[in-house]
Design a protein around this ligand. Structure first.
Ligand SMILES: *[C@@H]1O[C@H](CO)[C@@H](O)[C@H](O)[C@H]1NC(C)=O
Ligand SMILES: [Zn+2]
Length: 397
């Protein structure tokens, strides 16, 4: 059964805790893989290298005005597409036209999936459009260039691990170690969504906001899974849709400025939030984040606090999808000001976000950087001195 609630068209929504708990039906608890300290360090420091400036690399392409329907918005789409095509991910474009206070605008959500055949998905998301101002020139570095760049970093770091696991599975040699079954873990793939049209053109209302996520949630809610899908074969009722394949929608927004303060808004994903806080703790304890930063970003001592901030997750939340909303509250001081540009970003903060999201995502998906490598101290047969060397084989009749 689906619950549909109407929320007041306020930017800040205070929901009673029992109401939020009603959405918990779909959140399926899943064990994070317990990565060792060295595995955490390995994932945190996988290539690509740490960013060395707040406005180079991917961020250089994202730190431009990119209002929905504008030429720059299309250029940013092309850039994102080129990055994920190069990584070999499956691309879906959700393209549509919609009336707005500025007339009809064309929007495009970009959806990238590592393994489109996997029955379930961990979804990481952020909006790639920037807010329209009459005078132009608004960049929205925290809103949400930096979150988009972090999602790219996670994809780039983890793609080789996902790829190696895919090859082991295809070869029929999945890893099965104590407490970890990678065939089972691979049932959930990584999907990254870049939403278009998050920003309101005029005042934020239910209809002048989150154009992209409203369209995609509607679309997936009406898209039934094929008969071959595992969920269909299990004869779930009501008939499952694409939305049912989403384990959780993680939404990043307004990040990259110093001193973020992140809260747990949904009871059913509180355990994931606490895992995020624990990941950050481990990175700090291991000296894998820079010193001088605010120690606690996650209000873990309070855990679930209810409430909620209206954003791209709203249409998914209303359709029962579990949500983890990573947004700083209060908002950054630069919020919706022209000063939300590269100067609002803090390099050490960005690096810490990248590492937290890499390690958390790897743990969720059950990936470790040394999977498939021989255990330390053992040598592969190939390296052993063997009487059957290559030369021997060549001279054999
Ligand atoms: C498009 O982006 C460029 C920077 O790449 C910028 O100079 C230009 O002003 C932007 N166009 C608009 C309409 O904002
Ligand atoms: Zn905004």
């Amino acid at each position: 059964m689906r619950l549909r609630l109407r929320l007041a068209p306020l930017l800040l929504l205070l929901l009673a805790a029992p109401l939020v708990a009603a959405f918990s039906s779909r959140a399926r608890r899943r064990d994070f893989r317990a990565l060792t300290d060295s595995q955490i360090a390995a994932v945190a420091t996988l290539p690509p290298a740490e960013w060395d400036a707040v406005d180079t690399g991917h961020l250089a392409h994202l730190l431009v005005p990119r209002v929905s329907g504008s030429e720059n918005n299309t250029l940013v789409q092309a850039y994102l597409s080129s990055v994920f095509t190069k990584l070999g991910w499956h691309e879906d474009k959700d393209n549509f036209k919609q009336q707005t206070p500025l007339g009809e605008i064309e929007f495009t959500n970009l959806i990238y999936t590592f393994d489109p055949d996997a029955p379930r998905k961990l979804v990481l998301s952020a909006h790639f459009d920037s807010k329209w101002f009459k005078e132009g020139g608004f960049i929205g570095a925290t809103d949400s260039s930096a979150p988009c760049a972090t999602l790219i970093d996670v994809a780039e770091a983890l793609t080789p691990l996902l790829q190696k696991r895919k090859e082991r599975l295809a070869a029929g040699t999945p890893l099965l170690s104590a407490g970890h079954d990678e065939e089972d873990a691979a049932q959930t793939t990584l999907q990254i969504i870049f939403f278009d049209g998050e920003e309101a053109f005029h005042e934020w209302t239910d209809t002048d906001s989150v154009y992209g996520s409203r369209h995609l949630a509607e679309k997936w809610d009406a898209e039934y899974l094929p008969p071959s899908h595992d969920f269909v074969r299990r004869r779930l009722n009501p008939r499952p849709t694409v939305l049912d394949t989403v384990d959780v929608l993680v939404l990043l927004d307004l990040l990259g400025a110093p001193r973020p303060s992140i809260t747990s808004y949904y009871r059913d994903t509180d355990w994931m939030f606490l895992e995020l806080a624990a990941t950050d703790d481990k990175l700090r304890a291991a000296g894998l984040v820079e010193s001088g930063l605010k120690p606690q970003w996650f209000s873990k001592y309070f855990g679930f606090q209810g409430g909620g901030i209206d954003d791209d997750h709203r249409p998914f939340l209303h359709k029962g999808v579990p949500i983890l909303h990573l947004i700083t509250s209060p908002f950054p001081a630069v919020w919706h000001r022209m000063s939300d540009n590269k100067d609002a970003l803090d390099l050490a903060v960005l690096r810490r976000w990248n590492r937290i999201m890499r390690v958390w995502t790897a743990g969720y998906l059950g990936l470790a950087a040394d999977d498939g490598a021989p255990p330390p101290g053992t040598e592969t047969p190939r390296n052993n001195a063997s009487p059957r060397s290559t030369t021997d084989e060549l001279v054999r009749p």
